[in-house]
Design a protein around this ligand. Structure first.
Ligand code: AMP
Length: 213
């Protein structure tokens, strides 16, 4: 069983790399941001609780996040392990997590701030099926339409310059310091995320010592 956390600044490709790794190793990809977005889109009670905070680019309360993560992991659908993305994001979440789960590695995708804005502003999501696109690297065949289901492509509500500024500030002030905390206890695999998607994936596998990397 493999248990990984994937970390990195906004736009570093956490979701993309986590999905590729999960598909290859039969892991569950658990994205806390995706769980929240699903709830917002489906107008659930949880969605109503987190919508404004997310749109402003702020962190949802630790209590809510921990409840969501705990409930998700209690499903125990992760026979071969999991790769969790977007969590933990501050010291308290990291401590909560490390108390309950032992990790095999933390994957850290490294990307300069200068590249972040360019990538994030080009990001689009299908409003129907959630597949993600990037107007620079992964364009849809028909403009503004999803290749898979034909749904309308939209920008994330928090991919605005204002919300991005808040998210970057939080990343540097609260999330980045937990890398040191992890480094004391866990293996941290640092990978350059500025190169094409397939190269990042192969570097991730290489750093984790996985076969065929
Ligand atoms: P993401 O898709 O990972 O960028 O997450 C989108 C938004 O969901 C974040 O900007 C936060 O508002 C919220 N969120 C996701 N994960 C967490 C977390 N671990 N702690 C607090 N808020 C979170």
């Amino acid at each position: 069983m493999n248990k990984y956390v994937i970390m990195g600044i906004q736009g570093s490709g956490k979701g993309t790399q986590a999905k590729l790794l999960a598909a290859e190793l039969d892991l569950e990809h658990i994205s806390v941001g995706d769980i929240f977005r699903w709830n917002v889109q489906h107008h659930t009670k949880l969605g109503a609780q987190v919508r404004r905070t997310m749109a402003e680019g702020e962190l949802v309360s630790d209590a809510l996040v921990e409840a969501v993560v705990r409930e998700r992991l209690t499903l125990h659908d992760w026979n071969y392990g999991f790769v969790i993305d977007g969590f933990p994001r501050n010291a308290r979440q990291a401590e909560f997590f490390l108390e309950s789960y032992d990790l095999d590695a933390v994957i850290l995708l490294e990307l300069d701030d200068s590249e972040v804005e360019r990538r994030v502003m080009a990001r689009r999501l299908c409003s129907q099926c959630g597949v993600d696109y990037n107007l620079m690297a992964h364009r849809p065949a028909t403009p503004e339409r999803c290749d898979v289901c034909g749904g309308l492509l939209v920008a994330r509500e928090d991919d605005t310059p204002e919300a991005l500024a808040a998210r970057l500030r939080t990343y540097h002030e609260r999330t980045k310091p937990i890398i040191e905390l992890f480094q004391r206890k866990e293996f941290v695999a640092r990978v350059d995320a500025s190169v094409p998607i397939a190269e990042v994936q192969s570097a991730v596998r290489g750093a984790l010592g996985l076969e065929g990397a």
